[in-house]
Design a protein around this ligand. Structure first.
Ligand code: DQA
Length: 154
């Protein structure tokens, strides 16, 4: 979903990885009741409020996420990424983020540190400017606010 209403300060790419298309019905006790469409609307509204446009992409495929990060070069001022389970496995997504040099915020809806041990390690955190975990879908809004603030100071 793209929000064209206000792109004065540029685009923020909002990337969601595998299984996040199931938000709303997927383990609601962990992820809440908001759907992916709700998350994308929240991201678009947050970006617009701060003078940006949100470009929202969801994919269940690692290579698609890598491609989307590459395609952000020269287009996006910042990236918000919830890579889902690829967070814990993907050197390719990590290398894509470090390869494009676009400030990136890693988001997780749940508090991954309170869950299974394997969720405690992220390949993406070391190449992200900030990491927001456990704030629910509000984490996407916080990530966009952080990026807007950072980009204003750049
Ligand atoms: C998640 C946490 C991951 O461990 C999990 O694989 C997801 C969602 C989150 O938003 O809390 O798919 O990234």
């Amino acid at each position: 979903m793209t929000n064209d209403a206000s792109a004065g300060r540029g685009t923020i790419l909002v990337l969601n990885g595998p299984n996040l298309n199931l938000l709303g019905t997927r383990e609601p006790a962990i992820y809440g009741s908001a759907t992916l469409a709700d998350v994308e609307q929240l991201a678009a509204a947050s970006a617009e409020r701060l003078g940006f446009r949100a470009d929202c992409i969801q994919s269940n495929h690692e290579g698609d996420l890598v491609d989307a990060i590459h395609e952000a070069r020269g287009k996006a001022a910042g990236i918000v990424i919830n890579a889902g389970a690829y967070t814990h496995t993907s050197v390719a997504i990590r290398d894509a983020i470090s390869g494009v040099s676009i400030p990136t915020v890693e988001v997780h809806i749940s508090n991954v540190h309170r869950r299974e041990e394997f969720r405690g390690h992220s390949y993406l955190s070391a190449v992200s400017e900030a990491v927001i975990v456990g704030a629910g879908v509000k984490g996407y809004e916080l990530a966009i606010e952080f990026l807007a603030d950072k980009l204003a100071r750049a």
